[in-house]
Design a protein around this ligand. Structure first.
Ligand SMILES: C[S@@+](CC[C@H](N)C(=O)[O-])C[C@H]1O[C@@H](n2cnc3c(N)ncnc32)[C@H](O)[C@@H]1O
Length: 353
């Protein structure tokens, strides 16, 4: 089975066989490299830690100390080189593969959806914050600079995650972290191509689900995609730091993997804005990579690699920021922070207004 056969939640992007073969190859090379070469690096690292303990020395306690042990290892260098190279090859190759049918894809994004159950509100004059104008994940044009980006991401994200998020596993776990309840309105901040908002609607079918994102191409895709399945989402192009919804409009505000994409000041603004938007008793649920201090030092080091090697300049800020303190400073109570399931690197931070 190839990538585009197994990738279920898609708009069924068309590719020539040779392009499909390239994307399957990139996905497989990343998966195998991580399972074999990366695993060998981990085992050598673990052996070195055991040796250090047996010799009465302290094992690495910080990501930097892990790096000192692991960075010289050939297996580490090889696995990371493969990961970076696959990423560099992926995006330009995807844009190129879609080029012959570009006009058709763009027309599909622009075409109005007949009798929508949800809504889409774009803001052509929006001012993008400076931090947003970067090539996230080494994607040329980042999240919004190229109108073809949703079609590129549709397949690219499956390669990017080596198939591990093909069924929106991350988004589902973040939505499941929200306590059971009857909620009237739920807002998804940084809803992207719609997956995190769709799983919220699936988990809480009686709630009205709203999503905001800065990227017009992503929102157009999300709208079209949700409508295709009759899922009502109310999407608007807005900065999550400052939205136009009234005070107390939502019972739950959630976000899935937005926070590692924004710097500290923006993160503080988003938490404050969420507080404003929530009704008394409302819940803020932020799903993202766990803070380094709550991960074992190896995982923290591995996670931190993204910062300098994968177009994720705010990753380290997120890994080292005290999100719980940010919640409390904004006024939230009952603040908790825990992995979405035992051992997960994905954490949910929650607080109540
Ligand atoms: C990694 S994606 C996650 C998308 C979606 N939540 C999901 O789980 O698939 C992060 C999203 O946040 C959006 N974003 C980044 N900064 C933002 C901001 N200040 N306001 C609104 N959206 C933002 C990006 O455009 C992108 O769609």
């Amino acid at each position: 089975m190839g990538l585009t056969d197994t990738y279920v939640p898609s708009e069924q992007t068309k590719f020539k066989q040779e392009d499909r073969a390239t994307f399957d190859f990139l996905k497989n090379v990343k998966t195998i490299s991580s399972a074999v070469v990366g695993q060998a690096a981990r085992e050598r690292y673990q052996a070195a830690v055991r040796e250090a303990i047996a010799a009465g020395r302290q094992p690495p306690a910080t990501p930097r100390e892990v790096g000192d042990l692991i960075e010289p290892l050939f297996e580490w260098q090889a696995d990371r080189f493969i990961s970076r190279q696959a990423q560099e090859m992926l995006w330009p190759r995807l844009f190129e593969a879609l080029l012959p049918d570009e006009a058709e894809y763009l027309q599909r994004l622009e075409a109005p959806v007949p009798n929508p159950v949800g809504s889409l509100r774009l803001a052509p004059d929006i001012r993008y914050p400076a931090y947003y104008e970067i090539d996230y994940h080494i994607q040329p044009g980042g999240m919004h600079g190229k109108p073809m980006i949703p079609w590129v991401m549709e397949v690219g994200r499956a390669v990017y995650h080596s198939g591990a998020n093909d069924r929106w596993e991350q988004q589902t776990k973040v939505a499941r972290a929200i306590p059971e309840g009857r909620y009237g309105r739920i807002l998804d901040l940084g809803c992207g191509m719609g997956s995190s908002a769709i799983v919220l609607k699936e988990r809480f079918p009686d709630a009205e689900v709203y999503g905001v994102d800065l990227s017009a191409p992503f929102l157009k895709y999300a709208h079209r995609f949700a409508e295709r399945f009759g899922i009502a989402l109310h999407l608007s192009q807005q900065n999550a730091e400052s939205t136009d919804f009234p005070d107390g409009y939502f019972d739950v505000v959630s976000s899935c993997i937005l926070f590692h994409e924004i710097p500290d000041e923006a993160a503080e603004n988003v938490v404050r804005e969420a507080y404003r938007l929530l009704a008394p008793g409302g819940i803020l649920n932020i799903g993202d990579i766990g803070p380094y201090r709550k991960l074992d030092p190896y995982r923290a080091f591995f996670s931190d690699w993204q910062t300098e090697n994968n177009g994720e300049p705010y990753w380290r800020s997120h890994g080292t920021r005290d999100l719980e303190a940010m919640f409390r400073a904004a006024g939230f109570r009952d603040v908790t922070q825990a992995p979405v399931e035992p051992g997960a690197i994905l954490f949910a931070t929650q607080g109540r207004k």
